[in-house]
Design a protein around this ligand. Structure first.
Ligand code: ADP
Length: 353
């Protein structure tokens, strides 16, 4: 069977404020029902990309297509209200003088949408478990409940796509985790295509089928969360995505069996091992050195064994685990471990490649 054509297509998108280009050459495509997280540091252009998709910000070049209809291009600019795109903001943007029910009904703007309003309201209140709260005002709701009302208000008019601008950042951790699960299930049940903006890696990974990592107005990698974590395209992406351990490797050939790989302070690592699971920078410097990235689960510390023991020179207490600084012959590395060691203890290092 042929793969269906993508539902939301962004092609070579470029956005500038005055003459300052803040998004350049952004392209990606989503299938119907897919959830995307836009992940990147503050100022990299995430909100601008959302605003361009809603039509709130004009584009300089490129194409935005939804369900095979062009919304933005060099000569087309469909008005925001006609795009069928719902947007949910960080601060919920509820009307303080309207009840939950009235806030949700406000989502039904035009005559067409208002047809069957009672039925739509009933279904939405039930979907979001807001029946009991429908007569309350926003100030009588928790942050999580307010955010559910804001999402309900966007969903009631049956948009094609929902866009979320840092929707969980005002909520504390427990509520955020619960709400994320609830919203993800809800989007799935409606086969809703959605884009979340976040600068929080855990949030991006938990919510999304695809993640676009952005930096300096560009999408530097677009992939599934697992593929991103296992195969970041660059050192910057590897570092941004999480606590890795970088060790220096010198390109060499194993004299016993001719296997090609890298000689490191932690022993010989073959090219095959690297492509099978570790992460490495392929920019070899002049003396054939490379930086090899390992994820925390690939490196463990063990109490001293007769061979290969390295001193602990620093400890940072982090609750469930500790970050240890371990001195190797030619560099020091930081390794996470649940084991308890003291400064001066010698440890051996196991790699799981
Ligand atoms: P993010 O959402 O990733 O934090 P933004 O999309 O808000 O980033 O901003 C991207 C860049 O565009 C930043 O350098 C920001 O200062 C600039 N910018 C955002 N909005 C405007 C605006 N209305 N006018 C001029 N520059 C803007």
């Amino acid at each position: 069977m042929n793969k269906p054509s993508p539902f939301l297509v962004i092609e070579n998108l470029c956005v500038a404020y005055q003459n300052n280009i803040v998004l350049s050459d952004c392209s990606f495509a989503l299938q119907k029902g897919e959830i995307l997280s836009l992940l990147g540091p503050s100022g990299c252009g995430k909100s601008t990309l959302l605003k361009a998709i809603t039509g709130l910000t004009a584009i300089k070049h490129g194409v935005i297509r939804l369900d095979e209809k062009t919304l933005s291009s060099d000569d087309i600019n469909v008005a925001p209200a006609k795009r069928g795109i719902g947007m949910i903001f960080q601060d919920y943007a509820l009307f303080p003088h309207l009840t939950v029910k009235e806030n949700i009904l406000f989502g039904l703007r035009d005559k067409q949408q208002k047809i069957g309003a009672d039925e739509k309201l009933k279904k939405t209140l039930s979907l979001f478990k807001l029946e009991e709260l429908q007569t309350r005002y926003p100030h009588q709701l928790s942050g999580g409940q307010q955010q559910r009302v804001a999402i309900a208000r966007s969903l009631i008019c049956e948009p094609n796509v929902l866009l979320f601008d840092e929707p969980f950042s005002n909520l504390d951790t427990q509520i955020r985790n619960d709400l994320m699960k609830e919203i993800k299930q809800l989007l799935r049940s409606q086969n809703m295509t959605a884009i979340f903006v976040t600068h929080n890696k855990a949030e991006a990974f938990a919510m999304a089928d695809k993640v676009a990592v952005m930096d300096g107005g560009k999408i530097v990698q677009f992939d599934s969360p697992k593929a991103l974590y296992d195969r970041p395209v660059s050192t910057d992406v590897a570092n941004f995505l999480g606590s890795g351990v970088s060790i220096i490797g010198k390109e060499s050939t194993n004299q016993n069996d001719g296997t090609k790989g890298w000689q490191t302070d932690l022993g010989f690592i073959t090219s095959e091992q690297l492509t099978a699971g570790s992460i490495w920078s392929d920019n070899l410097s002049k003396d054939n050195q490379s930086t090899i990235y390992l994820r925390p689960h690939q490196i463990t510390l063990e109490a001293e064994t007769p061979n290969n023991s390295h001193p602990i020179t620093g400890i940072s207490f982090q609750g469930d685990f500790q970050e240890y600084t371990v001195q190797l012959p030619s560099q020091s590395i930081k390794v996470l471990s649940i084991e308890r060691f003291n400064i001066g203890d010698k440890v051996s290092i196991n790699l799981h490649l």
